[in-house]
Design a protein around this ligand. Structure first.
Ligand code: FMN
Ligand code: SF4
Length: 590
């Protein structure tokens, strides 16, 4: 393990750009990144070995040692646990004689867990060498094991295993309406950037990535930011969707990529950008080839490249960069750090990306769904988008619905739709709680199911996880705590230490050793994290825990006592000594 000193807003390393791409390519080519390859990269790029090893250390999909010819990663979030992923992973480990988390002695295979891979509507699921296989059962795993034992290349595995249905259950404003490949670009060419900005502003479009910042305002700030050369600005699509339980961006990238690219090109024309990047989460690597084919079609159609639509000076290209398994890189400044070839630690702000973003250039970063909505608004009459939703949340919201319901999948609802209406539509019964906006969001009890999906009420990036009365909500929230303890980038102390303390305290209560003191500790740590964390991850990590304490009785019922209970079980720790001395009499216990 390598630790390099961490600092925020570190300068762009010489030739750091594209480093992650080189490392990901090498990881998939060789199964690891060798000392020789690191040496070559230091020479090629003028980077130190410590820098490159520090980057490798940061991303969970990059390794300094070989992870085997077949790298199998079971998706592990609370929904996939409910779907039985753990028993299936154990089955495959047994079947292949490959201990979990280790490379099999012959180097053929390794099996492990990874955070949510965006497949909660069709889990349990896994990634094998970056390719997703959904809807797993024992039979499929046995057939996978046979192929691994026979050393059959992935290209010769049954291709239907890798087919991932879109699973759209309800289409609304965006998904039910047609959009031609260049409709937004043509709308721009036949009007003007200021007219498009006015249209987006009139539509009241707000970012779909979670925070809900006004899109027209973001684009305008970037357009107004000074540059030294024309069109030096950058458009980035945040396709790093890593919130547990979320998968709507995967569906949009699979089925609606043309609209996304149309929206990014529109943005480029409005703000004056010549460069576009889609930051695609490593878990969606299997979408790379179809997305690149789609970009190639646009180039051939004159919708990308030089003189777009025949207009001199409208030059714009889009490239796709893969992430490598770090949830924090969905945070916009971490994403930029990652693209610049660094560890994905969030930056201090200001400056914000709109004035100083990728490589110091003014940069717009938007979610996949935001670019699609912008493209469709630009191509339509005024008022179209405002016709749905609420005053503060116009338009519709794509929800990734999963958990205890008959019909998981993607649903598009107008903003302002009540939660109980959504629960009924997806076939949820005896619902004990709904977790909205992923692990960082809120755990709502039935008394709040009359609330609505809207920025001014229950805001969400799209995740909607349902738990019926059979579920242990303490275990649900403990699972979220595990996630944050794992995904905290470690840059600031409140989050690095706080996420681990919350995880430990919830585990202690779950194990039947909790007391009222622990509740106080949880609240104190949670408040500290909310107020002092460097970025949104630390600030929102305690949200579900607070909801659990405030709206449910499960924790109170599990408390062992009102008195202080040490976290450390001294009596249990003495067991080894008792065994060694052959004593088990009362005097050998505390
Ligand atoms: C920990 C963390 C993870 C995030 N992950 C994502 C993500 O996966 N996708 C996304 O669009 N925004 C994500 N965001 C929000 C981005 O920082 C940013 O606000 C967003 O991409 C802006 O796009 P929008 O205006 O279209 O919403 C995340 C924020 C935080 C704090
Ligand atoms: S809040 Fe957490 S994720 Fe964000 S900078 Fe601090 S340690 Fe990193």
């Amino acid at each position: 393990m390598v630790h390099e000193p961490r600092s925020s807003n570190t300068p762009v390393p010489p030739r750091g750009e594209g480093l992650l791409r080189s490392l990901v390519a090498e990881q998939y080519r060789a199964g690891f990144i060798s000392a020789a390859r690191i040496q070559a990269l230091t020479a090629e790029r003028g980077l130190t070995r410590a820098h490159i090893e520090g980057v490798i250390d940061f991303y969970s999909f990059l390794h300094l040692e070989d992870v085997g010819r077949f790298r199998i990663l079971f998706s592990d979030n609370i929904i996939e646990r409910m779907q039985g992923n753990r028993a299936l992973a154990e089955h495959l480990c047994r079947r292949l004689g490959s201990p979990l988390g280790e490379v099999r002695a012959d180097g053929r295979v390794s099996i492990d867990y990874t955070s949510c891979i965006g497949m909660s509507d069709q889990g349990p699921s896994l990634l094998v060498n970056g390719h997703a296989i959904p809807s797993l059962d024992v039979e499929t795993l046995d057939r996978i094991a046979s192929r691994v034992e026979a050393n059959t290349p992935l290209t010769e595995w049954p291709q239907e295993w890798f087919e991932i249905p879109l699973n759209i259950r309800k289409k609304g404003l965006l998904l039910a309406n047609e959009h031609g490949d260049g409709d937004a670009v043509n709308a721009l060419l036949s009007s003007s950037p200021t007219a498009i900005l006015a249209k987006l502003e009139g539509a009241g479009l707000r970012g779909r990535g979670g925070a809900g910042f006004a899109t027209a305002a973001k684009w305008r700030l970037c357009r107004d930011a000074p540059v030294t050369q024309p069109n030096q600005r950058v458009v980035i699509c945040n396709a790093d969707e890593g919130e547990p339980g979320t998968f709507k961006d995967r569906v949009l990238l699979q089925g609606y990529a043309e609209r996304l690219f149309d929206g990014m090109t529109l943005c480029a024309g409005v703000i004056g950008a010549d460069r576009g990047i889609v930051y695609l989460r490593g878990e969606y690597r299997y979408l790379l080839a179809p997305l690149q084919a789609s970009l190639e079609r646009r180039r051939r159609a004159g919708l990308l490249g030089r003189r777009i639509g025949g207009r001199a000076g409208f030059d714009f290209e889009i490239e796709i960069e893969l992430g490598a398994g770090a949830y924090i890189c969905g945070e916009e400044s971490s994403l930029i750090e990652s693209l610049e070839g660094k560890r994905g630690n969030p930056r201090n702000r200001p400056p914000f990306p709109v004035t100083r973003g990728y490589l110091g250039r003014p940069t717009v970063i938007n979610n996949v769904a935001t670019f699609i909505a912008a493209a469709m608004i630009a191509a339509r009459e005024e008022g179209w988008f405002r016709g749905e939703g609420t005053e503060q949340s116009s338009g519709s919201k794509l929800l990734s619905i999963a958990g205890d319901c008959d019909h998981p999948g993607v649903y598009e609802y107008p903003f302002g739709t009540p939660i109980d209406q959504i629960l009924e539509a997806c076939g949820a019964r005896q619902t004990q709680a709904v977790q909205i906006a992923g692990a960082a969001g809120h755990l709502l009890p039935p008394a709040q199911f009359d609330r609505t999906i809207a920025f001014e009420d229950v805001a969400t990036g799209g995740s909607f996880m349902i738990f019926n009365e059979s579920r242990d909500l303490l275990e649900v929230v403990r699972n979220f705590a595990d996630f944050f303890a794992h995904e905290s980038c470690g840059f600031c102390t409140p989050c690095r230490v706080g996420t681990t303390l919350i995880q430990q305290n919830l585990t202690k209560i779950g194990d039947g050793r909790g007391s009222r003191w622990d509740l106080e500790t949880l609240r104190r740590i949670g408040a500290l994290m909310r107020n002092t964390s460097q970025c949104g991850l630390g600030a929102t990590a305690p949200s579900a825990m607070f909801d659990l304490l405030d709206h449910f009785e499960v924790v109170d019922k599990r408390l062992h006592s009102d008195e202080f209970e040490p976290a450390f079980d001294l009596d249990a720790a003495l067991q080894e000594a008792r065994q060694a001395t052959g004593r088990d009499d009362p005097g050998a216990h505390l």
